[in-house]
Structures are given as structure tokens and as C-alpha cells.
Write a protein that binds this ligand. Structure first.
Ligand code: NAP
Length: 470
């Protein structure tokens, strides 16, 4: 599949293969762009700014709704491609498609709500006699750099609000899973003028870095790892950035919790998308009184998970994005075992597959839980008190989301108050997001928020207009 630059399909001398991690077949190739293409794509996005900014909000909204309809009509093709390039179970691919449609719809609605506000300058010294108001003005060119795990919806979370508030966009999709996003860019391009939506493929460390460092783009909206996010923060200079980075989300289960719901929370939170979810349940902190019952039930439910061909509707656990990624998870788990942890079920790798794995006797200092383990693992940490649970929950550089299961309101509110995370859910695991909610982590999990309305805030600048009526 070729890149989309200024409405034209563009190739380059070199290509990279996009591999289906389940079959190891080459699905397609994409260009490995040379650096000169970065200038082309930036020029295209800058030159298209006026065509979009002259368009009424009414028209932009209608066009986004039209793209939404097209995505819905082509849902089956998109879901299959997504499943093949990520190794994601087809049912989960459909969920991502449904959410993508919803995200687009929210952006189409938000395009009509880009309001400023009136400002009472007379409340300040010397401000008497002014009529003043603000406007939200587009930034210009927004660069969207996105990861492999939810390539479509995470990209739409950037480009749809960007267009809704009249910014042109450049998409740098993940090299492991670029195809669904590139196919989606074609739908947008059918509706909007050439250059409003552009894609460029190639190495993140080269193409991504050149986009980040350019003085001719206005905003970097990045989702990915903390390592890359920190690099981007250093390279971006004065331009605006939003960083949606990794997570190491805790799930706290207290003695008075509904055990079955908490177990369900882990099944839905730790193994979804083979554990490759930023807000996945990555540390399960369980109070000692309920520990054995919780552990037994979790192992039993984990053993029921059906691993298999991602395109099979009965499959619940697909592959990881690559064999390399699965080996990394295997090594991390094996190191924890060497340090005293015990595998209760799972723990085996087969190519890019890694089994859904429950690990007992995990301590808070093991690499398995200190760093973000991006695989289907459920590490259990036993604690005595709610205070200890909160302390361990906060013992991390991350702060994306968190969940606590308890029926005790005092404990629930104490957790809500004291856990350092962008969202804390009670009687729900962290692996939960609606596409309109403010989403974004504390600490090294990033800066800035997404969730259409909040993304629009970050993709506009506020201009004050004052009329001296004296
Ligand atoms: P990644 O390695 O950081 O890559 C993300 C994107 O950045 C890719 O498109 C990559 O391109 C590009 N990139 C790499 N180096 C770059 C550089 N120096 N400058 C600019 N761009 C560069 O992350 P990943 O492994 O794909 O994704 C997994 C991570 O994303 C996890 O940590 C996960 O928690 C996090 N994540 C966070 C959220 C959230 O909303 N907070 C959501 C999903 C995932 P190439 O693919 O070409 O290398």
C-alpha cells in the first residue's frame, strides 16, 4: 500500500513487509520513505490549510459523518485487515471498528461546538469599556504518531478531532501494523481536499523523528512507549505535544470484594488483545483474606480462554504483534520465576503466541511488575491492608488508570483519593474507556488528554479579541 501525500499515492525505492504474526505471511508492503518525503508531506499539509480553514464547521461536520458512514459500510473488510496485521481476535477487531465509528461520530458532532467565551475585561484593572471574547483557532498541521496495538481507533482519536477543529494532518502509522490506518486515510481523502490528510511510512526513529523536529508542523500527538515519548518531548522544541504513553495499571481486590466480578475484571483486563493494552490490568494486588479464593477462581477462568486463529470467531486469545514481542514476555516471566515467582497456569510460548498466564508469589520489586509487561500475564501480589495496596499501586513511574474492587465506601474513596492515576474506577478494572471521556495518564504515562472534546482543546489555540468601546 502506498503513502498518501497531497491526494496522490506515493511509493519509494525501499519497502518493508507487513507480516501476519499468526501465519507469518506477508500481507502487503509499505514504503520505507526517504527523508526528502518528509518535506513533501509537510509541504502538502501546510498548503492544504487554507482549503480546510475556509470550510464551514457545518460542512466539515457533514464530511466527517460521511466518512463515518463509509467506515461502517466497510466494517467487515477493515476488521479482517486489522485482525490479520495485529494478530487480534476478530471479535476484538470488530469492537475496535465499532469504537472507531463512535470516535468519528463524536468528532463530527464536536466540529459544531468549537466555542470561545466572553471575557469580562472590566473585572481587571483598566479593563472598563471593553467587549472581549476568545476564539479557538486551529494550530495548523497536526502530526499523529501511533502504536500497533489499537492502530485504527488510536489514530482516529488524533486525526478526527484535529480535522474537526480545522487542522490538516500527517499520519505516521506503526511499521508493524500500518495498513488499516492507511486504508482509512483513503476514506478521509475521498471527502476532504488533497493534502488535508496525508500518510508517511518508514522508520519511526528516522521519519517520526524528522516530523517531530520540524519547525513546519504545529503539534505532535503521540501514543506509544515512554521511551519514545521522552525522546519526542526532547526533540519537539516549542511546538505543542500530547503524549499518551504506557501504563502499569493496578487492580486492587480487597477482602470485601465481589470475587467473581474481580476475576472477570482480570480476564477482561489482563488478556485483552493478548495483554497489549496501555490500560491493561498489569498488577493485581489482592488482600490476604480473599487471596486463595481469588487465585483459585482466576486460574480456573484463565484456563478456559480459547487460543487460536485470530480470524476464528471463537478465538479469545490471538498472537502478540510478533515472535520477538512474545519472546520478550517469556523472558520477563522466566526472570520473575528465577526470582521466586510461581506460574500457576500458562507460561508457554509458541511462535508469536504466549499463553494466558497467572503468576503467584510476585513481589513489587520484580521487573515483571516494575516495568510495563506487554503480554497476557496476570501477576498476583498479596497484601495485608488497603494502605499497603495503595502504596504498591503507586510504586511505579506510570499512572494511566487503576481499578479497585471493594464494597466498602471508605476503602473505595481512600483508593480513589490516593492512587496517582488519570482515572480510577471502583468495581471496574482499569481496562475501560469510553471515547468521549478525558483520557490520559499522570506521571510518566504522559501529558495532555484525549477524548474528542479534550483533544480539541489541545489542538486549538485561544485568541482573545478586545473591542474598545469607550
Ligand atoms: P513505540 O515503539 O513507542 O512506537 C509508537 C510509534 O512511534 C510508532 O509509530 C513508531 O514507529 C514511532 N516511533 C518510534 N521511534 C520514534 C521516534 N524516535 N520519533 C518519533 N516516532 C517514533 O510504541 P509501540 O511499541 O508501538 O506501542 C506500545 C506502547 O504504546 C506501550 O507502552 C503502550 O502502553 C503504549 N500505548 C499507550 C496508549 C495510551 O493511550 N496511553 C495507547 C496504546 C499504547 P515505528 O513503528 O516505525 O517504530
Amino acid at each position: 500500500m502506498d503513502m498518501l501525500i497531497n491526494g496522490k499515492y506515493v511509493s519509494d525505492m525501499d519497502v518493508s513487509e507487513v507480516i501476519n504474526p499468526y501465519t507469518n505471511e506477508v500481507i502487503d508492503t509499505v514504503p520505507v520513505a526517504h527523508l526528502n518525503k518528509v518535506d513533501d508531506v509537510i509541504d502538502a499539509a501546510n498548503n492544504a490549510k487554507s482549503s480546510l480553514q475556509e470550510m464551514s464547521a457545518f460542512k466539515i461536520s457533514n464530511k466527517l459523518f460521511a466518512v463515518c458512514d463509509k467506515l461502517k459500510e466497510n466494517k467487515d473488510d477493515f476488521a479482517e485487515l486489522l485482525s490479520r496485521e495485529v494478530g487480534k481476535p476478530i471479535n476484538e477487531a470488530y469492537v475496535e471498528l465499532d469504537r472507531s465509528v463512535e470516535t468519528l461520530k463524536l468528532a463530527a458532532e464536536e466540529a459544531k461546538r468549537i466555542y470561545g467565551e466572553s471575557v469580562p475585561l472590566d473585572a481587571g484593572l483598566n479593563g472598563k469599556g471593553f467587549l472581549a471574547f476568545t476564539q479557538k483557532v486551529p494550530l495548523g498541521v497536526v502530526v499523529a504518531i501511533t502504536p500497533f496495538n489499537y492502530p485504527l481507533n488510536l489514530t482516529i482519536h488524533k486525526i478526527a478531532p484535529a480535522i474537526a477543529c480545522k487542522n490538516t494532518v500527517i499520519i505516521k502509522p506503526p511499521s508493524d501494523a500500518p495498513l488499516t490506518v492507511m486504508k482509512f486515510a483513503e476514506l478521509l481523502n475521498e471527502e476532504f481536499p488533497d493534502g488535508v490528510v496525508n500518510t508517511i511510512t518508514g522508520y519511526g526513529s528516522e521519519i517520526g523523528d524528522a516530523l517531530v523536529a520540524s519547525n513546519n508542523v504545529d503539534k505532535i500527538s503521540f501514543t506509544g512507549s515512554v521511551t519514545t515519548g521522552l525522546l519526542i518531548a526532547q526533540r519537539a522544541g516549542m511546538k505543542k505535544i500530547t503524549l499518551e504513553l504506557g501504563g502499569n495499571d493496578p487492580l486492587i481486590v480487597l477482602d470485601d470484594a465481589d470475587v467473581d466480578s474481580a476475576v472477570k475484571g482480570v480476564i477482561n483486563g489482563a488478556y485483552l488483545n493478548a495483554g497489549q493494552v496501555c490500560m491493561g490490568v498489569k498488577r493485581i494486588i489482592v488482600q490476604e483474606g480473599i487471596y486463595d479464593e481469588f487465585k483459585t477462581k482466576l486460574v480456573s477462568e484463565t484456563r478456559k480462554i480459547k487460543k487460536g486463529n485470530p480470524l476464528d470467531k471463537n478465538t479469545e486469545l490471538g498472537t502478540l504483534i510478533s515472535q520477538k514481542a512474545a519472546i520478550q514476555v517469556e523472558e520477563t516471566v522466566n526472570n520473575a520465576v528465577k526470582a521466586g515467582a510461581e506460574i500457576l497456569t500458562g507460561g508457554k510460548r509458541d511462535g508469536a503466541f504466549y499463553e494466558a498466564t497467572v503468576i503467584d508469589k510476585v513481589t513489587a520489586d520484580m521487573d515483571l511488575v516494575v516495568n510495563e509487561t506487554f503480554g497476557p500475564v496476570a501477576p498476583l501480589i498479596k497484601v495485608k491492608t488497603v494502605e499497603e495496596a495503595i502504596k504498591i499501586a503507586n510504586m511505579t513511574e506510570y499512572g494511566l488508570q487503576a481499578g479497585v474492587f471493594t464494597k466498602n465506601y471508605y476503602h473505595a474513596l481512600k483508593c480513589v483519593n490516593e492512587i496517582e492515576a488519570g482515572s480510577v474506577f471502583v468495581n471496574k478494572q482499569s481496562t475501560f474507556r469510553t471515547d468521549n471521556m478525558p483520557f490520559g495518564g499522570f506521571k510518566n504515562s504522559g501529558c495532555g488528554k484525549e477524548g474528542i472534546k479534550y483533544a480539541v482543546d489541545e489542538m486549538t489555540k485561544t485568541k482573545l479579541i478586545g473591542l474598545n468601546l469607550r
